[in-house]
Unconditional design. Structure first.
Length: 268
């Protein structure tokens, strides 16, 4: 789970670009914090009121894995806002995910984030992006390294999913499943003694308190014979262990340790 900061305008932020994007991020398991210039913000289409978590001046991008600027007509208030531009620049420089949708990519452009980057935006801002060094390309959502841009409200859900992918969590469908759940993935890794095939079951990352770690370099994770070589086409199987570190329901001694001589009691 990642921490995401969404920045909305105090007035006239676009409904879909906030609510749909946030919905995709939350369903993927991310924590979303909302900031604006005022304590409450009102959307452009349905006049929905949002009570924000932070004022813009209270935000520290060091606390977040991604910063997302929401568009809509009200977002123009951030074009010359030094705090907003500083947040965009610092997020980009720290290698974190920086994103903007609709007119909001201009905030990134004004912060020198889009210089030399491929990007998209609402049609009214294309010329400004190009003047700031961006390569404006066709597409509803464009990803260039850690920068995500989108061209308008119709791209809101895809925008949210792309941000989630960069944060390392696949987006989920309406049933709460991601496209990697419960699939057997066959990988080939070099263990140093030739290539072996390893089939592992990748479980859902949405399971509560479940962590996943990649294999270390040079380890294939397969079973090995007594000579330390890989058995080809072996399957990684998870084994439960008891508190002493031995496989559950298995003795801690080998067959060779079972042999013993009966002790004779001699009366003196």
């Amino acid at each position: 789970m990642a921490d995401v900061l969404m920045v909305i305008a105090p007035k006239n932020f676009r409904d879909e670009e906030y609510f749909y994007t946030k919905d995709e991020l939350v369903r993927a398991g991310h924590k979303v914090v909302v900031a604006s210039l005022e304590d409450t913000a009102v959307s452009a289409v349905e006049n929905k009121e949002v009570v924000v978590d932070l004022l813009l001046d209270e935000c520290d991008v060091a606390d977040y894995d991604a910063v997302v600027f929401v568009g809509g007509g009200g977002a123009t208030c951030y074009f010359e806002n030094e705090k907003a531009k500083e947040m965009a620049y610092q997020t980009f420089e720290q290698g974190k995910v920086i994103a903007g949708i609709c007119v909001a990519p201009r905030i990134l452009a004004e912060a020198d984030v889009l210089d030399g980057k491929k990007a998209t935006c609402w049609s009214s801002e294309k010329e400004i992006l190009e003047d700031c060094g961006a390569e404006v390309v066709e597409g509803h959502v464009v990803v260039d390294e850690n920068v995500v841009t989108a061209d308008g409200p119709d791209a809101s859900r895809e925008f949210g999913r792309k941000i989630s992918e960069l944060l390392g969590v696949p987006a989920v469908d309406n049933n709460g499943n991601d496209n990697k759940n419960n699939k057997d993935i066959k990988e080939k890794k070099d263990c140093g003694n030739g290539e072996c095939s390893v089939v592992k079951r990748e479980e859902s990352e949405n399971k509560k308190n479940k962590k996943y770690y990649p294999l270390d370099d040079g380890e294939c994770g397969c079973r090995k014979n007594g000579k330390g070589k890989c058995n080809e086409d072996s399957t990684v199987a998870e084994e439960e262990e008891n508190d002493e570190g031995f496989p559950e329901n298995q003795p801690y001694f080998g067959d060779e340790d079972k042999t013993f001589e009966k002790r004779e009691i001699v009366d003196e």
